[in-house]
Design a binder for this molecule. Structure first.
Ligand code: MSP
Length: 511
């Protein structure tokens, strides 16, 4: 039975258009999902939109739409983003889906039955951008939200509460037993501190917010948007494939991605909700860094967003995927710049990889009539290096190091470029006595390039499929077993492709 790999992104708020920060998490999840598909695992990749709550209702009002119209409009933009990014998500959940709402209701009834929900009075400072309450002591200057710098509102109402405080010890025990529950480790420590510092019970319903899932036993209330949203990861499996019980097959998630803005919700509240609803906890959460521009996190609230679509239009999708994976070390913050993007496109994608593809295929065409020679068997060391590279790539993925995996695969691309310089096939071609050496050089280049295309496929799916076709392989021959020296099609027919990364003049990409 193949391993199962259920991976999720956060579900994005439909208050504004998607930006490169959202694209980033979706791309990284897609890269990891593709890698696991290459291993032969049964992968399920979930993304979607978070559509309820005061924040969305207000954004709709400002746009002169009903919340439902607004959510339809923007959810479609996020769905389109996933498609344009090449994301192979298996489902796209919307929290306005009827089956999602019904399952959320069933889950909170279970929590209520378990004695974890009670009615209480509450007063607190609410930030609508965060959809969260703050204690007086956590506010920034002049009663503003520490994340958004916006004024918070005093909200006082009778609400339903979740006994989060009762889960303190169980959460700490879980963190002790599963130190890799939140990764990187620094984020695990942060989550632990949040719990050790003390947990207040969570107001989990709102009487003043109409746009949400109705609390089944008290229809005057809607479910707090974060409770509604977090449960998406579970509810999606109940209806993504009608007739198949995906919960049984796939629950719990193997990997959940997010940035640190929502660490508390995922590392503290989410496991407590699951414990209360008698559900298994996810195996791991990975918290990546922020994409910054001009030193600040991209965010609609701070006004410095980067739109991914113009970059795709100008440089191609694979260039955006590559830049984000390589420039922003997975797990750390990184800065998005037009100069850096252009530089990596030109010197790495066009020069390192594009040239290698074009030289290799053209030389096989010119010197061997387009047929990859049979392996004369003289490059055992190089074959061994390819195995080491593949193992490194796999190991990096096992350690959530997507950037490291890409660096290792890129090292192999550079190794092949050096091979061209070392062997000088054009010189060998002039000397009939060296025909066997030329066969060896061309076989090694073709084989090495095929392996590079497989290792790079999760990041550069379109270009690598083209490389495989150019090498006479099926475009979907990307399983990791085939990233082996002799796993190519014998005497494959090579056709040089159009330039994969054509030269592009440097110019500002204006959104
Ligand atoms: N709706 C909630 C999540 C609910 S999940 C049950 C939410 N939505 S969001 O639209 O604000 O998306 C936040 C997520 O988008 C971040 O955690 C991260 O995955 C991604 N990013 C948004 N801006 C980003 C950057 N500037 N940099 C990196 N990731 C970014 O929170």
């Amino acid at each position: 039975m193949p391993d199962r790999f259920f991976i999720t992104t956060p579900i994005y708020y439909v208050n504004a258009d998607p930006h490169v920060g959202h694209a980033y998490t979706t791309i990284m999840a897609d890269v990891i999902a593709r890698h696991h598909r290459q291993r032969g695992e049964e992968v399920f990749f979930l993304t979607g939109t978070d559509e309820h709550g005061a924040k969305i209702a207000r954004a709709a009002e400002e746009a002169g739409r009903t919340p439902a119209e607004h959510a339809d409009h923007l959810s479609a933009r996020f769905r389109e983003m996933a498609r344009v990014l090449g994301a192979g998500n298996d489902f796209f959940i919307r929290t306005t889906d009827e089956p999602h709402k019904a399952v959320v209701q069933a889950l909170i009834v279970r929590m209520h039955d378990n004695g974890d929900i009670y009615k209480g009075a509450y007063g607190g400072w609410y930030c609508t951008a965060c959809e969260a309450f703050y204690n007086e002591g956590d506010l920034a200057e002049a009663h503003t939200c520490p994340t958004h710098g916006r004024e918070v509102e005093w909200i006082e109402e009778e609400n339903w509460f979740f006994r989060l405080s009762a889960y303190r010890d169980r959460l700490l025990r879980h963190y002790d037993a599963m130190p890799a529950f939140v990764r990187p480790r620094s984020r695990m420590n942060e989550a632990r501190r949040m719990v050790e510092d003390g947990l207040d019970d969570l107001s989990m319903s709102r009487a003043q917010v109409e746009w949400g899932v109705t609390v089944p036993w008290d229809p005057a209330h809607t479910v707090y948007v974060w409770v509604d949203a977090l449960f998406n990861y579970y509810t999606a499996l109940t209806y993504a494939q009608p007739g198949t019980d995906l919960v049984d097959r796939l629950w719990p998630p193997r990997l959940q991605l997010m940035a640190k803005d929502i660490l508390r919700f995922h590392a503290v509240i989410w496991p407590a909700l699951l414990m209360s609803a008698d559900l298994a906890l996810p195996e791991g959460l990975f918290v990546h860094g922020y994409i910054l521009k001009g030193g600040e996190r991209l965010s609609k609230t701070t006004g410095n967003i980067v739109d991914p679509f113009p970059y795709i239009a100008r440089y191609g999708l694979d260039a955006l995927r590559y830049y984000l994976c390589r420039e922003i070390r997975f797990g750390e913050d990184g800065t998005f710049t037009d100069e850096g993007f252009h530089q990596r496109y030109t010197s790495e994608l066009a020069n390192d990889f594009g040239n290698l593809v074009s030289r290799t295929t053209k030389m096989i065409e010119r010197y061997r009539g387009g047929a990859v020679p049979t392996d004369p068997g003289g490059d055992a060391d190089l074959a061994a290096e390819s195995v080491t590279t593949r193992d490194q790539v796999v190991r990096h993925f096992d350690h959530d190091d997507v950037t490291g995996a890409l660096d290792a695969a890129w090292g192999w691309v550079r190794r092949l470029n050096r091979l061209v310089e070392e062997r000088e096939p054009w010189a060998l071609a002039k000397d009939d006595a060296r025909a066997a050496d030329l066969d060896q050089a061309l076989f090694s280049l073709a084989s090495g390039l095929r392996i590079a295309a497989i290792l790079l496929w999760p990041v550069l799916p379109g270009s690598c499929a083209q490389v495989l076709v150019a090498l006479g392989e099926p475009p979907d021959a990307v399983s990791l077993d085939r990233a082996a020296w002799d796993a190519g099609t014998p005497a494959a027919r090579v056709t040089p492709p159009d330039p994969l990364f054509p030269r592009i003049d440097r110019a500002e990409v204006t959104p």
